[in-house]
Every structure is written in C-alpha cells, then in structure tokens.
Design a protein. Sequence first.
Length: 305
Amino acid sequence: MATNVIELDHVQKKFGKFEALKNVSFTLSTGQVLGFLGPNGAGKSTTIRIILGMLKKTAGSVTVFGHDVWRDDAVIHPRIAYIPGDVYLWPNLSGGEIIDLLLRLNGRDHNQKTDDLMQRFKFDPTKKARTYSKGNRQKVALIAALSQDADLYIFDEPTSGLDPLNEQTFQQEVLKLKQAGKSVLLSSHILSEVERMCDSIVIIRDGSVIESGNLDQMQHLARLKVEVTTTTANDDLAQVAGVHDLTFAAADHTKAVFTADRSELSRIMETLATDSILDLRVSPPTLEDLFMRYYGKPGESHAAE
C-alpha cells in the first residue's frame, strides 16, 4: 500500500502583510510523480522551500517521510535530491568539480551514472562555470541530482534554459525514476512536460490550490474539441445546448469547429447526424486546456465552477 512521502495540510505563509500561501494542501505518495503547476508568482517555489525546511510556514503542517520539515530537516535532507529553479555556481570551478563537490556534500561519490549523464546531456565538465549558459548551469544541477540514489526528487522548473533534446533526456530520466519506485515532485509551467511524466497534478493560483487529481479525473472540467464536416450547412449548431466557441472553416458552413460539454454530447451528435456527416473528429481535453480554464482570463477565478 502506498504511503505519503510529502503531506501538506492547510499551509499558509506570510511575509509581513503579504500572504504568499493562503491554503495549500496536497500529498505525494511513494513511487508517484506529482506535477505542481502554476505561473510565476503563484507560490510554487515558496511551497517547495517550506517542504525543504528553508522557510518556516506561518500556519498548517508539513511532513516529509513522516517528519516535521522544520524540526527534522537533518533527518530528511540526506534522502532528498533537489534542483532549484535558479542555479548559481562557483565561477572559478569547472562543471565537473562542482558536480563532484555537490555529490560529496550529500555523502555521495562520482559514479558511472554521473559519467553516463554527462554524455547523455552532452555536457563538457572541463569548462569553468563562469563560461556556462543558463542551460549548462542547469545541467550541472541535473547531473548532480540524478546521479544520487535518493528517495525523493524535488525539481523546481528543472528544464529552464535547456534545448528540446535535453528536455527529452530529462523526461526519460524522470520516467526511469518512476519505474524504480522513486517519488518526484516536479514544479513546472511546461504543460507538455507535466502531461508526459506525471501521475497526478496540483494547480496553484495566488497561493491557493484550486484543483488537484490525476489528469483523467480532471478531464471532466474541460470541454471536448469537435471538428466536423457535413454535406449541408451546420448553422443549426448555434442553437444546440452544450455547443461553445462555434466557428466555421468553410464559407458554406459545412466545416465547423467548436467545444462541447460532455453532458450534451449525445444531443449534439443527433443534430449533426441530420446533416449527413462526412468527417468527424472529437479530441479529449489536454492539460493545457485544463490549465487555461484557470489562467486564460486574468483576474477571473474558476475554482468554484
């Protein structure tokens, strides 16, 4: 039976009068990859720093491996590998020297996996860190973290600055961790990245969790996309309940594109059938569709819908 590696219960964090976290609750189970979604300023990094014991919560409770994160950080940290969103390095050390130093600081040694990762990420360990681009600085942290045999991996925007091939390499490495039964907390705003790797998703907005669950469970919150071609004009679709955002891709209105409520799909199909369907494509909502439900309209909250 899976146990919870991370547990947050009604966590709040204030900086003076500013309330960075209002009400954050979620769990990460053993062997699970959890996607932590939200734009810059939503509270993702603040939450992660509290989990790591770098910041003290104002209210609520946070445990990792069943231990209090603020009181028992010395017990927790040896079992964690962490990559921050902004990586700062010692400028006069080479990338390889920094990787070895980071490993030693966590009680690990340079190993065969370290060399394999350097090759996979096409990383030159001989150059001084001051010459590195943001992507190469990120590779240093990635290689050091992925070289470790940790129980929990925490990645805060880990692929920032990486090219698409290195992003793919990172995704493959996370899937290996998942297959090995490791737990991963992945904070990201790259929706395709989260969709490929994660078992469950937490969406945070303005310091509060507004949705959580696995993608299948959350699909009902986003409408289906429908593209249809018929022999006659589809003007009657505009009057059908459950049809939204209707547009026509042909001047004679025989090609229609719209979004549809699942609950009204049968009625919509009955209407389309009277127009003799030539082509029909119904696409399930993606994580991006779901995400834009909450962030597509600035200043508008959809959490209560």
